[in-house]
Write a protein that binds this ligand. Structure first.
Ligand code: ATP
Length: 239
């Protein structure tokens, strides 16, 4: 569904990704693990067109989207829920969600039933349902994070990129986020997940890649990575 090959990306002259290749098959959850500064967020940005890759290819549902502007990649069916809370502060929760569906108003995406999808998103995120008319800027940090995720769901995309959806959340909300990811997975949504909680990410994922200094060092089925001594020691809190 999403395929990246030999992706290189840089900030100015400093190359951060030195040739990343990974695959996210349809209906699967793939996680990208790595320490701070390894290049996980940069990988997500290069896939979604937020930064321009220096070399390499990104293919989405069989379409080469390499080098396209991010709004065009969204129209092709890629939703990026970025790190940090990027919501439209002066708009209501519902209006933020409807904006998520905006790329569907083009020929490239099936429009489907947006009202029904809004209902589904609100069912999936009960905290947002309770706060439908509230201005997004007045939501708590955790609720804004959920809104960013729910907005990605509203695109009804081929693939969702989730960059640290649990960042800065209280433990109870972290659990809720992982519950929602599991539910989306059960519905067949294809996802690429970056998470600081590597163990939880490997529990929900089918497959994982470990990123070290801008290169993939190990990859394999999530179950296998969870039991890999080197991965355990470096990313899963030892043991
Ligand atoms: P973290 O888990 O800390 O978010 P990460 O694996 O997501 O880390 P990136 O954010 O992709 O890492 O950063 C990779 C490298 O690129 C780091 O050395 C970082 O300092 C650098 N970098 C990230 N964003 C920029 C930027 N806008 N300008 C210059 N350098 C950047």
């Amino acid at each position: 569904m999403l395929s990246i090959s030999n992706l290189h990306a840089a900030y100015g002259k400093v190359e951060v990704l030195h040739g990343i290749s990974l695959d996210v098959p349809k209906g699967k959850v793939v996680t990208l693990i790595g320490s701070n500064g390894a290049g996980k967020t940069t990988t997500m940005r290069a896939i979604s067109g937020m930064i321009k890759a220096k070399a390499g290819n990104v293919t989405l549902a069989g379409v080469d989207v390499t080098g396209l502007a991010s709004h065009k990649i969204a129209r092709a069916g890629l939703a990026h829920s970025p790190e940090g809370r990027r919501v439209f502060a002066t708009m209501s929760v519902v209006d933020n969600l409807l904006l998520g569906a905006f790329p569907r108003f083009t020929r490239m995406r099936p429009r489907g039933d947006i009202k029904q999808d809004l209902e589904r998103a609100l069912e999936l995120f009960p905290r947002l349902k309770e706060r439908q008319t509230q201005l997004a800027g007045t939501l708590s940090g955790g609720e804004q994070q959920m809104l960013a995720m729910a907005r990605a769901v509203m695109l009804n995309p081929e693939v969702i990129l989730l960059d640290e959806p649990s960042m800065g959340l209280a433990p109870i909300l972290v659990e809720e986020v992982f519950r929602i990811i599991s539910r989306l997975k059960a519905e067949g949504v294809t996802m690429l997940l970056v998470e600081q909680f590597a163990a939880a990410a490997l529990n929900v994922a089918d497959y994982g890649y470990v990123l070290e200094n801008g290169r993939i060092s190990v990859h394999g089925p999530a179950e296998k990575l969870k039991n890999d001594p080197a991965v355990k020691a470096a990313y899963l809190g030892g043991g």
